[in-house]
Design a protein around this ligand. Structure first.
Ligand SMILES: Cc1cc2nc3c(=O)[nH]c(=O)nc-3n(C[C@H](O)[C@H](O)[C@H](O)COP(=O)(O)OP(=O)(O)OC[C@H]3O[C@@H](n4cnc5c(N)ncnc54)[C@H](O)[C@@H]3O)c2cc1C
Length: 339
């Protein structure tokens, strides 16, 4: 028995919004045995299990009446290598950005555009994290999860995960699969994606004509640091709303009053609208109600200026949703996981 179960623990330090709610029970899993012990504890004490990583995609609106299990298992290893590249396996509790830097330092390309995303390796497949034109699925090889019902281990290949835009099978079955470790297919030759946002321009400004994956990572870190608040100083969970997929007819209707509407046509005929643009047009950028607000520079990011409760942040998010629906006929979907 190694699992250290604590009672009535504040989760303020375990969610990047910095919301101060309590967990009825709290423990950290350093290995597979701890995970099995937590599952057994949850069953024998009749208390639900809630798994967290870095808490950077959570909005906690009340005390958590569960055993909160923070994944803290660590380890990075190459499990297969040939002259083209390698399959790298990382334990779920590995912090994401240091893992990205570790692979780049080994000369492996593929994760550079996903630099500086907070959180852990194990949570990354949950919403198929993405940034600057690359999604986790583009470099995903496979993962190992434990079935919380049967306790059996299961391997998931790419085709099993049903990855979509900020979406996966695991997001749809949140209490079924606990991800233990993830494998990535990385390459020794770089196939760089520079055409999303200001990445190429940033590299050119720095006089970098033949960028390496490490150059791209550094450029993206710099861009992200300029436009996204650091949760260490201002509580937030990154983008709070997904970019909505709407019909071409809806875009045409919006264009009548807002000719500058920002949208990206999709292969299926739908258009992905920039949620941040909609929110900014509606006048929410920089809005503040008590300690809950919309970031002054990035309207897609809700922030906690100090003592906002999860309920206040949720209330603000719902007001924005209702306003965007009324003004543009577009339903915004929240990105963080609500509790
Ligand atoms: C400043 C900032 C910028 C961000 N930028 C981006 C971005 O560019 N792109 C992007 O996609 N996201 C972004 N995010 C969101 C977030 O960082 C990612 O979703 C990240 O993968 C969440 O990891 P986490 O470990 O913090 O997960 P948590 O918030 O702890 O958990 C998220 C969900 O995953 C579940 N979960 C966690 N670990 C496991 C596990 N091992 N097995 C099963 N379920 C698990 C939890 O139960 C919860 O439902 C950003 C967040 C912040 C604060």
């Amino acid at each position: 028995m190694t699992l250290n179960v604590q009672h009535e623990v504040s989760l303020k330090a375990y969610n990047t919004f910095g919301v101060d709610v309590h967990a009825r029970r709290f423990a950290e899993a350093f290995n597979d045995d701890d995970v099995r012990e937590a599952l057994a504890y949850s069953a024998s004490h009749d208390v639900p299990l809630m798994v967290i990583g870095g808490g950077s995609n959570l909005l906690l609106t009340r005390d958590v009446d569960a055993l909160v299990l923070r994944m803290a298992n660590r380890g990075i290893r190459i499990v297969h290598e040939d002259c083209d590249g390698a399959i790298v396996e990382a334990e779920a509790g590995e912090p994401w950005h240091p893992f990205v830097l570790d692979t780049l330092a080994q000369g492996l390309a593929g994760l550079e555009n996903l630099s500086l995303i907070p959180g852990t390796v194990g949570a990354a497949p949950m919403q198929n994290i993405g940034a600057y034109g690359v999604e986790l699925k583009d470099v995903f090889h496979s993962l190992t999860a434990i079935d919380r019902h049967s306790g059996e281990l299961r391997e998931f290949a790419l085709a099993d995960c049903e990855f979509g835009y900020r979406d996966s099978l695991f997001k749809h079955q949140p209490n079924r699969w606990l991800i233990l470790r993830v494998r990535f297919k990385l390459s020794y030759s770089a196939n760089l994606h520079l055409d999303y946002g200001p990445v190429r321009q940033r590299l050119e400004e720095q006089g970098i004509k033949q960028p390496s994956p490490m150059h791209v990572s550094r450029a993206i870190c710099a861009i992200r640091s300029e436009k996204l608040p650091d949760p260490a100083t201002l509580g937030n969970a990154g983008s709070f709303f997904k970019n909505p997929l709407v019909s071409a007819e809806r875009v045409a209707a919006i264009k009548l009053t807002h000719p500058g509407v920002v949208g990206y046509p999709q292969a299926d005929g739908q258009v992905k609208l920039a949620a941040g643009w909609l929110i900014e047009q509606a006048g929410w950028k920089g809005f503040r109600d008590g300690d809950a607000g919309v970031h002054a520079l990035q309207s897609l990011v809700l922030v906690n200026y100090g003592e906002a409760s999860g309920g206040q942040l949720l209330g603000l998010a719902q007001r924005i949703q209702a306003d965007i629906l009324e003004r543009f006929g577009v339903a915004l979907e929240m990105e963080p996981n609500l509790y």
